[in-house]
Write a protein that binds this ligand. Structure first.
Ligand SMILES: CCCCCCCCCCCCCC(=O)CC(=O)SCCNC(=O)CCNC(=O)[C@H](O)C(C)(C)COP(=O)(O)OP(=O)(O)OC[C@H]1O[C@@H](n2cnc3c(N)ncnc32)[C@H](O)[C@@H]1OP(=O)(O)O
Ligand SMILES: NC(=O)C1=CN([C@@H]2O[C@H](COP(=O)(O)OP(=O)(O)OC[C@H]3O[C@@H](n4cnc5c(N)ncnc54)[C@H](O)[C@@H]3O)[C@@H](O)[C@H]2O)C=CC1
Length: 725
């Protein structure tokens, strides 16, 4: 049964029963109508408690039902209306989660009791929609407009204690929320319910409400560039101020339907399920996530406490894994320790505000210079400079000091995992764990398997990602792995666009209006231009090792843009030096301003090299950059480096500021239409045969030839993931 009913004295307890998260599918809604109807009619029942099985109230509407006819049967809003109108008091017992439609259901109840570990929220905005079962009308009536807007537009999960302070729940308990709800239900039998029916309450409004909402619209537009759902959420809340409840609900529904027509919800829901699929990894051998047991990681170590190491230490400590943190000298150790401790203090403060004792949630960090202290740790993550010889030296040391079953991970952003593993006594226990900066904040973790990495090592690293709260994707080993490898052709196109007449701000604006968190030039300035310059110098693409007589704009017969090298030669490394593609207020400054020096430099450069000026418009900029990115994605699939297009999209959505409402680069290519992407690339490549990255990938050609099947069907064309490199 999707919902069951039992009687405790005169209280009927109705339990939603739809594992794993009690989503309110059509069968649950039918069962709720039935059980609620029976309890209402039963003369022995004086009050009703509503809860969810397995310690979870409900994760809301069944997302898989959107776009199917099932969503149209028995509306959740009708159920909510019936519950609210009940003459018998109804109490929601919230355990675990009450999210989306789950919270909307609880808001229709007359009282809400939550356990201290639970979270509530209206996260619909994160999957491209708005709460459309009365949530945008009831919540403002309960907690006021500013607080309701914050909850609905940001879609965050609110811990129980905060929900109590906001007035979303009436009681928070340490023990069983169901027992407490039954007690409360018995206490309120016979009391008047009118003030507990949220839809009937008046919104406390003041004269500035319209101004306040208009300001929120402007702020939200800037913050969620291009995303439609946050704007629809504000309009629905505006309706709660201007319209009676029932008309507000109609507006909710209209907004839901208009959002659906934009295509953004479909992209965001694809992103939601792709993230969950990524955890279900597969290996070229045929092994899958369920066939391998991860080992327990009870203690860990981090080597190198620079930008990345610090964040990794915090992530481990927050997951309650004690860490040993190692540096190369006393000065670096002290710097790392200060940075880590200050971040830990902030985390402790947050925990205190949520009613938790920090000691019970944050594991200890021990700082040392002695590698010898690593003998007992279960897993080590190396995060020293990106230098193969240094990494090998560290892995040789680790190999000699760590216990034989310890796992050795590297945070390299693109070096060969097999080469690093080759210097150890346990190449099967070596794996890449590529975090993104800042590592304690960014959701993505690329787990990179080497040729010899064992399945247990993979399972352990993937499980560690889950424990750290990361979205974890397993990829194969190739230079730069998946995310960074795809950046190559993307940044190459961005550079060519400058040569041909665009400016950094024009290209960045186009990409930011497309929805990227940051355009390519602002991104390069943030990451530091010297990083790529060093790597190109090592490869002999620039600097003293370039063979004499090599044309400035050619390497190995292909087009090459030396613009970034020239900037670095002028000491412009980006934000860290206060100038790069832009100028900043000071070294380390963050406000990018177009720089007349760069404009002048580009004009002279184009003149020197007699480059024909053909500045691209916004649409052309987006097409060239995004198609170049997706084309490399197709090659990555051909090479067996990513096992499916969804994994690539998860990487871009969570690590590279790709707008989730466009699903990811592979989803976007599919949305635009593969024949169109293929034809555009083909046309460009025919005119620019010296840009091989724009040659349409074989897989793209194959899929375009059959009309561009839906993304789910690409797997059939890709075949089993086999690393062909
Ligand atoms: C189109 C035409 C329509 C016409 C009609 C117009 C009227 C429209 C009326 C619509 C009424 C809408 C009512 C409403 O307000 C909408 C909603 O409630 S939308 C849902 C909001 N809820 C969420 O966004 C929560 C999403 N879930 C999560 O955040 C996490 O899953 C959760 C915190 C719940 C649990 O996290 P964790 O423990 O880490 O587990 P997993 O994430 O791995 O999830 C486990 C498993 O469960 C699946 N799942 C989770 N939530 C849902 C869900 N809401 N629906 C369906 N399935 C869900 C998840 O995918 C995992 O399963 P896999 O098989 O592994 O993928
Ligand atoms: N910075 C970023 O955005 C990202 C960097 N990475 C990768 O992470 C690794 C670290 O990068 P960052 O943190 O940016 O570098 P960083 O330069 O900020 O820090 C490196 C740290 O390693 C320490 N170190 C050097 N040699 C050591 C040794 N022998 N023993 C112990 N510690 C030593 C240094 O003192 C320094 O504190 C690199 O492989 C990099 O490619 C990966 C993802 C993103």
């Amino acid at each position: 049964m999707a919902a069951t009913r039992r009687l405790v004295n005169t209280v009927a307890v109705i339990t939603i029963n739809h594992p794993p998260v009690n989503a309110l599918s059509s069968s649950v809604r039918h069962a709720l109508v039935e059980e609620f109807g029976k309890a209402s009619k039963d003369p022995t029942v004086e009050a009703i408690v509503l809860n969810g099985s397995n310690g979870k109230f409900s994760a809301g509407a069944d997302i898989r039902e959107f776009g199917t006819s099932a969503i149209k049967t028995v509306s959740l809003e009708d159920i909510n209306g019936t519950i609210e109108a009940s003459q018998k008091p109804v109490v929601a017992a919230i355990e675990g989660i009450a999210l989306g439609g789950g919270l909307e259901l609880a808001l229709a109840c007359h009282y809400r009791v939550a356990d201290i570990q639970s979270r509530v929220g209206l996260p619909e905005v994160l999957i491209g929609i708005l709460p459309a079962a009365g949530g945008t009308q009831r919540l403002p009536r309960l907690i006021g407009i500013p607080a309701a807007l914050d909850v609905i537009v940001r879609g965050r999960h609110i811990p129980a204690t905060e929900a109590l302070n906001l007035g979303i729940v009436d009681e928070v308990v340490q023990g069983s929320a169901v027992d407490a709800a039954i007690q409360l239900a018995q206490k309120v039998i016979g009391l008047p319910l009118n003030k507990r029916r949220l839809s009937t309450l008046r919104i406390s409004s003041n004269l500035n409400m319209e101004d306040f909402l208009d300001t929120t619209v402007e702020k939200t537009k800037k913050q969620f560039r291009g995303a439609q759902a946050p704007m629809a959420c504000i309009e629905a809340v505006r309706a709660s101020v201007l319209l009676p409840y029932h008309r507000g609900v109609e507006k909710e529904r209209q907004l839901f339907l208009s959002l659906w027509a934009t295509g953004q919800p479909q992209a965001q829901q694809y992103a939601f399920f792709s993230e969950r699929e990524a955890a279900k990894w597969s290996h070229p051998s045929g092994a899958r996530w369920y066939s391998e047991e991860p080992k327990l990681v009870r203690t860990a170590a981090v080597i190198g406490l620079g930008t990345m190491g610090r964040g990794i230490v915090i992530s481990l400590s927050k997951a309650n894994i004690p860490v040993i943190a190692i540096e190369q000298d006393a000065y670096q150790l002290e710097m790392g320790k200060k940075a880590v401790n200050s971040l830990l203090e902030r985390e402790a403060e947050k925990l205190k505000q949520q009613g938790f004792s920090p000691g019970s949630k944050l594991a200890s960090v021990h700082f040392t210079l002695a590698f010898g202290e690593l003998q007992d740790v279960d897993l080590v993550i190396e995060a020293v400079y990106e230098n193969m010889e240094l990494k090998k030296e560290i892995f040789r040391k680790l190999s000699s000091v760590c216990k034989s079953n310890a796992f050795l991970c590297t945070n390299t952003s693109g070096l060969n995992i097999d080469e690093i593993a080759s210097v150890t006594d346990r190449p099967n226990q070596v794996i890449g764990t590529h975090f993104f900066s800042p590592a304690n904040i960014m959701k993505l973790l690329e787990v990179v398997r080497g040729q010899q990495t064992s399945l247990t090592t993979i399972a352990t690293a993937m499980n560690l990602g889950k424990i750290l709260g990361k979205v974890t994707v397993l990829v194969g080993n190739c230079p730069l792995f998946v995310g960074n490898r795809m950046l190559g052709p993307y940044l190459e196109q961005a550079s060519y666009l400058l040569e041909e007449g665009c400016y950094p701000e024009t290209v960045d604006r186009a990409m930011e209006e497309f929805g990227f968190a940051m355009g390519p030039f602002r991104m390069m300035d943030l990451a530091g231009l010297d990083v790529g310059w060093r790597s190109r110098t090592e490869k002999g693409l620039t600097g003293a090792n370039v063979p004499q007589g090599t044309p400035a704009r050619k390497r190995l017969g292909n087009r090459y843009s030396p613009l970034a090298d020239l900037l670095c030669e002028s000491g412009r490394f980006g934000q860290k030096t206060g100038k790069g593609w832009y100028q900043y207020e000071k070294p380390g400054g963050r406000t990018a301003r177009p720089d007349p020096w760069v404009k002048d430099f580009l004009q002279k450069y184009r003149k020197t090299h007699q480059i024909k000026q053909q500045p691209s418009n916004q649409e052309q900029i987006v097409e060239r950059c995004v198609y170049a990115l997706a084309n490399e994605g197709f090659r990555i699939l051909e090479d067996g480096i990513a096992s499916c297009p969804e994994d690539i999209d998860v990487i871009y959505n969570n690590g590279y500021g790709w707008p989730k409402y466009r699903g990811g680069p592979m989803y976007y290519a599919s949305f635009v239409g593969l024949p169109k992407v293929f034809n555009t690339l083909e046309k460009y490549y025919k005119a620019n045969a010296d840009v091989p990255s724009m040659k349409p990938a074989f897989l793209l050609k194959k899929l375009a030839a059959v009309g561009g099947p839906p993304i789910k069907e690409w797997r059939l064309q890709v075949g089993k993931p086999v690393n062909k490199l």
